[in-house]
Design a protein around this ligand. Structure first.
Ligand SMILES: Cc1cc2nc3c(=O)[nH]c(=O)nc-3n(C[C@H](O)[C@H](O)[C@H](O)COP(=O)(O)OP(=O)(O)OC[C@H]3O[C@@H](n4cnc5c(N)ncnc54)[C@H](O)[C@@H]3O)c2cc1C
Length: 399
């Protein structure tokens, strides 16, 4: 009989943290159900990075080679002015992935999510197009009511449902209490590769010293492109994070009048098959669990896209959470405390790095835009070194 045989676990969210946790919990003998609000694994999202200890997690899950085969394989980046003239070029780093010589893996979010779901196998139950409506826990179990009306009891509930986590709202309180806005927003969507990019990124920064602008990168072997549209709102935005047309309108208004291909990109955004928009924000909680409910990934400790470490923290967190449950033979109180104890320092270092990255990126932009390639490269090399130290400061332990 497996270590956690019979433990009934519900995970909310099927992106990165959820399927990774499902894999490990199933492997340790739990009966795992994953509920996802979207009708299937959600398409879209930017190229995200699997780094350092998350590469070890992927290897232990047996998916590392598959992920490497799906990696975006960028060769470099250019920075262009409003007329498209090149101001800066690098074949050593990219905006989205950082140092190209590192073993880190950059992959489209949907490719990663699918690989993690498939690694888990058929024993894991997926409930798509549904969401948790109510959680009622006592000393013995958590009684869950779903939006669909389904009611089921579980031993534990894991909230892996992202920055705007539903589980966190139901068990910890309103999002605003835990969310720290970093003052910049990004929209990501898929567009045709109309620039003919070959494993390449092109960035155009708006004047003014902020992070606003657009970046286009080829994707899926140049058959399509992903566009990032960025702006710094003057005051924190208030928007419905599920109202896509309103979000598109916000982006279009913020970037109206921009140069380079911005007008075309905004047009393409309106028809894009996928769209992800959010303010860069972090989640800070005093504790990641409440009784039988525990949070994981962005829901617990979002570092924001500016950390470049959201995916790594989600995958490592999934491995540690499941591993600690196994080590504690299912004693969730001990396991949740150990999970948090083990990861807190790493999370804090990465959240601090996001703030530092934002300042570093502004300085890099100024160097790139001034055509000072040497200054940009020297600064980038120093930033990459500090970043790599933090990424590798956590080592996986065996469970
Ligand atoms: C469509 C999409 C696009 C993204 N694009 C980017 C990007 O461009 N740049 C970037 O830095 N990060 C992006 N992210 C976030 C990135 O994936 C995470 O920062 C990181 O990988 C950690 O993953 P996570 O699993 O903790 O959270 P997330 O990847 O945010 O996943 C949360 C999952 O929970 C689901 N969910 C939400 N609410 C409910 C609910 N009520 N019930 C059930 N399920 C629910 C969501 O649909 C999603 O599948 C994106 C996420 C998504 C879902």
């Amino acid at each position: 009989m497996s270590e956690l045989s019979g433990l009934r676990i519900l995970i909310s969210g099927a992106s990165v943290a959820g399927p990774a946790a499902a894999y490990w919990l199933n492997r340790y003998g739990c009966a795992v159900t994953v509920v996802e609000r979207a009708p299937s694994i959600r398409p879209g999202g930017q190229a995200i990075d699997v780094r350092g200890p998350a590469l070890d997690v992927a290897a232990r899950m047996g998916v590392l080679e598959r992920l490497r085969a799906k990696a975006v394989g960028m060769r470099g980046m250019s920075v262009v002015d409003a007329d498209g003239a090149e101001l800066y070029r690098s074949t050593e780093r990219t905006v989205s992935g950082g140092d190209l010589s590192s073993p880190d893996l950059e992959i489209l979010r949907d490719d990663l999510a699918l690989a993690l779901v498939e690694a888990g196998g058929a024993e894991i139950e997926y409930l798509f197009d549904d969401s948790i409506a109510a959680l009622d826990q006592d000393a013995d179990e958590v009684r869950v009511t779903f939006d669909s009306g389904l009611r089921r009891p579980f031993d534990l509930v894991v909230g892996a449902d992202g920055l705007h986590s539903n589980v966190r709202r139901l068990s910890f309180g309103p999002t605003e209490r835990f969310l720290r806005d970093l003052g910049t927003c990004t929209a990501v969507c898929t567009v045709p590769n109309f620039l003919g990019l070959d494993h390449w990124q092109v960035m155009h920064q708006l004047p003014g010293g902020g992070l606003g602008g657009a970046m286009v990168m080829s994707a899926r072997d140049n058959t399509e492109a992903r566009v990032y549209l960025m702006f710094d709102p003057e005051t924190p935005l208030s928007y419905d994070h599920r109202d896509v047309p309103a979000q598109k309108e916000l982006v279009a208004r913020a970037l109206a009048g921009g140069g380079w291909h911005l007008p075309r990109l905004l047009e393409l955004m309106r028809e894009a098959p996928d769209f992800h928009f959010d303010a860069a924000a972090q989640i800070h909680l005093d504790s990641w669990s409440r009784g039988r409910v525990v949070l994981l990934g962005d829901a617990a400790y979002c570092g924001s896209p500016l950390s470049g470490q959201g995916t790594t923290m989600a995958m490592v967190g999934a491995y540690v959470l499941a591993g600690e449950l196994k080590a504690a033979a299912g004693d969730h109180t001990a396991a949740f405390a150990a999970y948090e104890d083990d990861l807190r320092d790493y999370v804090t270092a990465n959240q601090e790095m996001a703030v530092w990255n934002m300042a570093a990126r502004r300085a890099q932009i100024a160097d790139e835009a001034s055509g000072s390639a040497e200054a940009a490269d020297t600064r980038a090399a120093a930033d990459i070194e500090s970043f790599a130290k933090i990424v590798s400061s956590y080592q996986l332990r065996p469970y």
